[in-house]
Design a protein around this ligand. Structure first.
Ligand code: SAM
Length: 357
C-alpha cells in the first residue's frame, strides 16, 4: 500500500511518514487525487459560503507577524457600529449567505455586553443562519454568554502547537497553553470549533507542523483553517519570506485525508499569494470560501499582511466572479448553513471533550 493509500484508509501516519510527506512533492499528484475523492464522498460538489465581517482592526495583542498588532502605529484604525454590522449581514443574506463570521482584533471596546447585543440582534433577525465569532481569547464565562446569546461557531487558530515556536511568534504576555485552554472551553460549551495555523511562519520546522497535526487529532475541530504566512512590511517579521503555496496545498490535502468530515476554507491568504490560490485550495480538498462582507471603505484597513485581497473575487458583491472561480475548480457554491457532516468513524474514535487531553 502506498503512503497516500495508508493515509486515506487509516487517517493517520507515523511521525517519520508525515515528515516524508511534508518534505517532498513526489506524492502530491496521488495525494490531491485521493483528497478530492474523500472530499466528494463527504461533501459532494458543495462549497459553503461564509460572509466575513471584520468588526475592528484595534487589537491589544502584539503578535509579531500580524499587521493589526498594537504596536503598528501606521495603521488607520476603525470599528464597525451595530447598525453597520447589521447592514453587512443584510447584504450577505440577500447574496445567499447563511453564515456570518464576525472577526476582529482583541479590542476591549467589544466587551461582553456589546458582543452579546450584536449576537442577539443577528440571531433575532436571522434565525436560520449560523453565527461564527472570531474574537480571540476570552474568559470561559464570556464564551458561554455569547453561546447563550445565539453564537454557534468560534474560530481561534492555535497558530502553532509547538510551545517554543509559539513563543517566537508572540510576546511574553501570550502562551500556547492559554490558547489551547480556550479551544477546549469552546468545545465543552458546545461550539463548533475552528482552529488552524499559518504555513511557513518564521522559525517553523517540519516538527512544528507535525505537532500541529497531532494537536488537531486531539481536538478534532469541526473547521480547520490554514493559510500561508504572508509578510507585513510594518511588523518585526518584515524581512522574513512568506510561506509557500505548494506546502499549503499539500497540507490542505493531508488535512482532508486525516479529517474527512472537516470544513476547510480556501483562505484569503491563499488567494493573496497566488491569483489561482483559492481554486487550487478547493482542488486540494478545501470546501469553504469566506468572502468579505465588510464595508468597502474599511476592507483595506484590515490589513493582516501585505496586499491582502480586498477587491474582485474577495468582495462578496462579486457573486458571479466567485461562483465562476468555484466552478472552475469543479465545484458549486450553495446557499446552505453548511454544518459539519457527521462522521460515524470519528464518533467512535474521537477522544471525549476534555481539556486535559
Ligand atoms: N483576534 C482573533 C484571533 O486572534 O483569532 C482574530 C483575528 S486574527 C488577525 C486572524 C488570523 O489572521 C490569525 O489567527 C492569524 O493566523 C492570521 N494572520 C495574522 N497575520 C498574518 C500574516 N502575516 N500572514 C498570514 N496570516 C496572518
Amino acid at each position: 500500500m502506498s503512503l497516500v493509500e495508508t493515509l486515506y484508509r487509516t487517517r493517520n501516519l507515523s511521525d517519520t511518514e508525515l515528515t516524508t510527506f511534508l518534505t517532498t512533492d513526489r506524492f502530491d499528484q496521488e495525494l490531491f487525487r485521493m483528497a478530492t475523492e474523500r472530499r466528494r464522498e463527504f461533501y459532494g460538489e458543495d462549497v459553503y459560503l461564509r460572509g466575513l465581517v471584520e468588526l475592528t482592526n484595534y487589537c491589544k495583542n502584539d503578535c509579531f507577524y500580524c499587521g493589526i498588532r498594537r504596536s503598528n502605529t501606521l495603521l488607520d484604525r476603525y470599528r464597525l457600529s451595530l447598525d453597520t454590522i447589521l447592514t453587512c449581514c443584510k447584504t450577505g443574506y440577500e447574496l445567499g449567505y447563511r453564515t456570518f463570521v464576525l472577526q476582529g482584533g482583541e479590542d476591549p471596546f467589544f466587551h461582553d455586553d456589546r458582543v452579546i447585543e450584536i449576537v442577539s440582534e443577528i440571531r433575532k433577525q436571522y434565525p436560520d443562519c449560523a453565527i461564527t465569532l472570531s474574537l480571540g481569547e476570552r474568559f470561559r464565562e464570556s464564551y458561554q454568554k455569547f453561546f447563550d446569546a445565539g453564537a454557534n461557531r468560534y474560530l481561534l487558530r492555535h497558530e502553532t502547537a509547538d510551545a517554543e515556536h509559539y513563543a517566537k511568534l508572540h510576546p511574553e504576555s501570550m502562551n500556547l497553553e492559554r490558547r489551547k485552554e480556550c479551544l477546549w472551553y469552546l468545545k465543552e460549551i458546545g461550539y463548533q470549533v475552528g482552529t488552524g495555523f499559518m504555513v511557513g511562519s518564521p522559525f517553523q520546522t517540519t516538527e512544528c507542523l507535525i505537532a500541529d497535526l497531532r494537536f488537531l487529532q486531539q481536538l478534532q475541530p469541526a473547521m480547520i483553517g490554514i493559510g500561508p504566512f504572508i509578510v507585513h512590511r510594518d511588523t518585526p517579521f518584515h524581512l522574513y519570506p512568506s510561506g509557500s503555496l505548494s506546502l499549503t496545498l499539500r497540507l490542505i490535502a493531508m488535512l482532508r485525508l486525516m479529517f474527512p468530515y472537516a470544513l476547510i476554507p480556501a483562505t484569503t491568504a491563499l488567494g493573496t499569494i497566488d491569483p489561482q490560490g483559492r481554486e487550487l485550495g478547493l482542488r486540494a480538498g478545501a470546501n469553504v470560501v469566506m468572502p468579505n462582507l465588510s464595508p468597502v471603505e474599511v476592507r483595506r484597513k484590515y490589513e493582516l499582511y501585505d496586499n491582502k485581497l480586498h477587491t474582485d473575487k474577495e468582495a462578496a458583491e462579486n457573486k458571479i466572479l466567485l461562483a465562476n472561480s468555484v466552478a472552475a475548480a469543479g465545484y458549486a457554491t450553495v446557499t446552505d448553513i453548511g454544518n459539519v457532516k457527521p462522521d460515524n468513524r470519528q464518533q467512535k474514535t474521537t477522544p471525549s471533550c476534555s481539556k486535559t487531553q
